[in-house]
Design a protein around this ligand. Structure first.
Ligand SMILES: Cc1ncc(COP(=O)(O)O)c(C=O)c1O
Length: 369
């Protein structure tokens, strides 16, 4: 079983079900993709229905309204905003800015950073954060950068859920400035962090080599609709735009941005859910005897104390009980020795916990190798 046989992303039940000999239409509780269980917002289906006529018109290629709404929300100038077809497109655009140059990915990291580097001919010399602490030493990292012109990292970190301290980030950004290396910070999960001031947006005013990537698909549960954005210095955004096809973001997704960002009630309910369910799930996973990486976002990395093979075996055991967790075979440095589980609502979290309890009981009874 090699790393490459596994799906690269969460949310893909069919390949996992067939791999483990289960019918491909088996219904599963998906805790492999990190999506807000409160979304999409209740008003969205009627909102979309009312706007069906707009699909017969081209969207504004400048996406002015969406960019103004994002700029207001983030406290930046609209020229510092590029609307993208999900955070994934923003990653490819960031790589395109440095086509043919050298990049470093802070691993384990989201698979699209490596795909984007390959697509745009960037050579790579990755660096690794070691589990279970995933600590980043900015001075050591920068010493190892060599000719690197583009650094990719994710904060809060997917897959660990850890938030690299702000001071560490500032140090890293200062040091990379001296070396003329653009820093791409993927903040796809920043909205799930308790303190809204943890976002690095204010640093854009000081550093023109900083590129922040955002996704609205996680918070508002719109992975099928796709919307994200890139924030950077206006000159970088201008250059980035040249790598984006016209109308890359569909008109409905673009029009949706202002009302989404205006829905303060949705955000408040999301915060309430996080405040209660995140500590509860973390504690209950620990009570089952699993090692849990403390998370500041909406997912947890866990492993069984008996090691890699036991942890690995929990994935099919859970799948047989109708729960799909995220494997880590494709995360360099984790290599299958951990599982990632998304935070869901009360009932789903209970279902995950009970499927885990049953799988662990099967293991203790000798049923799992
Ligand atoms: C760290 C990270 N960045 C970006 C993305 C892409 O998000 P989007 O669905 O907005 O393209 C994901 C999706 O899983 C992700 O995990």
């Amino acid at each position: 079983m090699t790393r490459h046989d596994w799906p690269l992303h969460g949310g893909q039940a069919m390949p996992l079900l067939t791999r483990f000999g289960l019918p491909e239409d088996t219904p599963v509780l998906d805790v492999s993709a990190n999506l807000n269980p409160l979304g999409p917002p209740a008003w969205l289906s009627s909102w979309l229905a009312e706007r069906m006529a707009t699909i017969s018109r081209y969207p504004d290629p400048e996406y002015r309204k969406a960019r103004i709404a994002i700029a207001d929300h983030e406290g930046v100038h609209p020229d510092q905003v590029l609307l993208t077809n999900g955070g994934a497109e923003a990653i490819f655009i960031a790589a395109a800015l440095h086509a043919g140059e050298a990049a470093t990915i802070v691993q384990p990291g989201f698979a699209e950073y490596a795909r984007a580097c390959t697509a745009h001919g960037l050579s790579r010399h990755d660096t690794h954060l070691a589990p279970p602490d995933f600590l980043l030493d900015p001075d050591a990292l920068v010493r190892g950068l060599g000719e690197c012109r583009l650094l990719f990292l994710c904060r809060p970190h997917n897959p660990s859920g850890k938030l690299i301290p702000r001071q560490t980030m500032e140090r890293l950004i200062e040091l990379t400035k001296e070396r003329d290396c653009h820093v791409v910070v993927d903040e796809a999960f920043i909205d799930f962090v308790d303190d809204p001031n943890e976002a690095l947006t204010p640093l854009l005013a000081r550093f023109d080599h900083l590129i922040l990537l955002r996704s609205l698909t996680k918070l508002y549960t719109l992975p099928g609709l796709r919307v994200g954005y890139l924030l950077a210095d206006s000159r970088t955004v201008e250059r980035a735009k040249a790598f984006q096809p016209a109308w890359s973001v569909n008109g409905l997704a673009a029009e949706l941005v202002p009302p989404l960002l205006d829905d303060h009630d949705f955000m408040a309910r999301t915060r309430e859910w996080l405040a209660t369910e995140r500590p509860r799930l973390q504690a209950d996973l620990g009570k089952l005897g699993l090692e849990v990486v403390p998370s500041q976002t909406n997912f947890f990395l866990v492993r069984h104390p008996h090691g890699r093979e036991t942890t690995r075996s929990l994935l099919p055991a859970l799948l047989r009980r109708g729960v799909m967790v995220r494997h880590t075979e494709s995360f360099p440095g984790l290599d299958g020795g951990w599982l990632r589980v998304a935070l869901r609502g009360v009932e789903d979290n209970d279902r995950l916990l009970s499927a885990l309890a049953d799988s662990l009981a099967e293991y203790r009874g000798g049923g799992i190798p």
